[in-house]
Design a protein around this ligand. Structure first.
Ligand code: F6R
Length: 607
């Protein structure tokens, strides 16, 4: 979604801002702009389209001493140059970038119009620039502090004023802002990616805080002027992780990276001697863990699918009632918090508004909530009572791939920990840990089918609708495969339990609506084969993802992609890979923008 970057220091600002915006591209956006302080005034340049379109109208030689930049994902007002950020006041001396939504902007706008302010855009953001103008009497930090008292909604904002050439002022309420600290220069951004090539020293701003930034330092205070001291943290992501390397797209790179990212998520967390899991960040004693009577996993999109897979595993192996809930629905359902229930909120970005608000609602009601996040220092990671970082490294492609398998790793290790505290034997625990350690090898085998899947995508590029069908623990994997396909190829796809098709979806079957079946050699294999036959009998094309050597499935299916034989609960890790690759190659076939699909954002920070 929208991205912010700001710079003040001794280097020319415009080039640094453009580079920062380029690194925010992955979040999804429809327009972009920068405002740079020069000796003669603020220079605003903004444009709909991609960063390359913006670059084309910015002077090639970097200029200006400080500045702010923004990638916009339209909420209030259409996708136009005027509505792109930064927005300025009437005098053109004040400039603002904003992530989030100002809910009372109409009332504020009416008041400002009555005072004679002239608006140039349809956005909610522009009211902030005019409000600061209205309040400013020489102290920008104070003016921003007064301004935010009038704002209702969520925001991360950064403001600059021509009269204060070395100052940026930021404020946060519900939308992340992070400071980047370097020698004689400072950065501010909504996401560390924007500044990772310049500094790894960061300071996280909390809601209700204002930050004043000059090249020499920063001051944090709250909305009531109380000074706050905050440590500087080191980000451990490597700069190379933000580059595509030899891959054509970030998504393909991230699919192939999974054999390493699952390993990172396991490192130090599987105890072979005790045949159990170890997750230091849970902040719970063994007896507290033993008291858990129910686990509820709360998330959105792909993270929700990881939660669904884990709910099967927790019930089967740890014998704890478990379920996964959509964060957006749970929040408004007035959830009943059961005694001894443990909630996990799962989020790659750690900033998803639906998940964050569900977390706050659960905590308000007194629930114990742990987080499973990828982005270190993200809002969800900081607001939970404890949790686990999945360590999958930065996920740049909008479509989530490696985060899904890393989320599974964290939840699988938690399951092992719980199962071993309950009924699971040492031998069974050892076997489970051994299978987890074999993930990189078996995922590598699944990845080796990339060329076959590419051919498959060529063969099926005519189809405009697909069914993805699985059973048991692979049913949520089918849902995830369908989500991947629709996200990046814009082909309609739905994931169903294979058993459910006879209750309705089978009406969709015809020659041009293929069904993609997940057929592991587990206890539901025969049932899935029957469902495949039902589809074939209705002239539906069948693609099967089945186990190496499964001749019966090969005979029924029109096409088959094989995966290695693994134990029942490990199949989600190998079944998802062909589905991710299939979505990728279908999108390539259809000429889609794989890493930045239309209308989507990487981090969905609005409801
Ligand atoms: C799918 C996708 C989204 C996210 C969802 C939750 O490829 O990227 O469905 O999974 O928006 O995002 P996080 O995990 O960041 O909370």
């Amino acid at each position: 979604m929208c991205g912010i970057v700001g710079y003040c220091g001794n280097k020319p600002a415009s080039g640094i801002l453009l580079e920062g915006l380029r690194r925010l591209e992955y979040r999804g956006y429809d327009s972009a702009g920068i405002c740079v302080g020069t000796d003669t005034g603020l220079k605003v340049i903004k444009k709909t389209g991609k960063i390359r379109d913006l670059k084309a109208i910015v002077p090639e030689e970097s200029f200006g001493h400080n500045g702010i930049g923004h990638t916009r994902w339209a909420t209030h007002g259409g996708v136009t140059d005027e509505n792109a950020h930064p927005h300025t006041d009437c005098s053109g001396k004040i400039s603002v970038v904003h992530n989030g939504i100002i809910e009372n902007y109409n009332q504020l706008k009416d008041k400002l119009l009555a005072k004679g302010h002239v608006f140039k855009s349809e956005t909610d953001t522009e009211v902030i620039a005019h409000l600061v103008e209205d309040i400013y009497t020489g102290n920008l930090t104070q003016a921003v502090r007064e301004t935010v008292k009038h704002l209702k909604g969520t925001y991360g904002i950064v403001v600059m004023h021509y009269d204060n050439p070395n100052l940026l002022v930021g404020a946060r309420n519900g939308s992340p802002l992070i400071l980047g600290v370097s020698d004689n220069e400072m950065f501010v951004a909504s996401d560390v990616n924007a500044m990772i090539s310049y500094t790894k020293q960061v300071v996280y701003l909390e809601d209700g805080e204002i930050i004043s930034i000059t090249p020499d330092g920063f001051e944090i205070s709250d909305f009531h002027e109380k000074n706050i001291s905050r440590p500087i943290n080191e980000v451990d992501w490597e700069f190379e992780s933000f580059e595509k390397g030899n891959f054509e797209h970030f998504m393909l790179k991230e699919i192939f990276e999974q054999k390493e990212s699952v390993m990172r998520g396991m490192a130090g967390r599987l105890n072979i001697n005790l045949a159990t899991g170890h997750l230091g960040g849970l902040n719970m004693t063994n007896s507290e863990l033993l008291n858990i009577e129910r686990v509820i996993i709360v998330a959105a999109g792909t993270s929700f699918h990881a939660g669904l897979v884990a709910s099967y595993l927790l019930e089967s192996l740890a014998r704890i009632p478990a379920s996964a809930e959509l964060a957006s629905e749970l929040r408004y359902r007035n959830p009943i918090i059961q005694k001894n229930a443990l909630y996990f909120v799962v989020s790659q970005s750690g900033e998803t508004a639906d998940t964050l608000f569900a977390l706050r609602e659960l905590k308000r009601k007194g629930a114990k909530v742990l987080g499973i996040c990828n982005v270190v220092g993200s809002t969800i990671a900081r607001e939970t009572d404890g949790g686990v970082y999945i360590h999958s490294g930065p996920e740049i492609a909008v479509a989530s791939t490696k985060a899904f398998t890393s989320q599974l790793v964290a939840l699988y290790i938690f399951t092992l920990l719980m199962a071993r505290m309950k009924d699971m034997s040492f031998e069974a625990g050892s076997e489970f840990a051994k299978q987890m350690f074999s993930l990189p090898d078996i995922m590598d085998k699944a990845l080796s089918k990339a060329d076959e899947i590419k051919k498959l995508a060529k063969k099926y590029n005519f189809a405009r609708s697909f069914l993805f069908l699985g059973r048991g623990i692979n049913y949520p994997v089918a849902m995830e495969g369908a989500l991947k396909l629709k996200e990046i190829s814009y082909i309609h796809a739905e994931g169903f339990s294979a058993a459910e098709i006879k209750h309705g979806p089978i009406a969709l079957i015809n020659e041009v609506t293929p069904s993609l079946f997940l057929v592991p050699d587990d206890r539901l294999r025969e049932k899935v084969i029957s469902n495949m036959k039902e589809v074939k009998a209705r002239k539906g094309k069948v693609i099967a993802i089945a186990v190496e050597g499964d001749k019966e499935v090969a005979q029924i299916a029109d096409d088959i992609i094989t995966v290695p034989h693994v134990s029942e609960f490990i199949y989600p890790f190998v079944m998802i890979i062909p589905l991710q690759l299939f979505a990728y190659y279908m999108a390539i076939e259809l000429g889609r923008d794989v890493d930045q699909p239309r209308n989507l954002a990487k981090s969905v920070t609005v409801e």
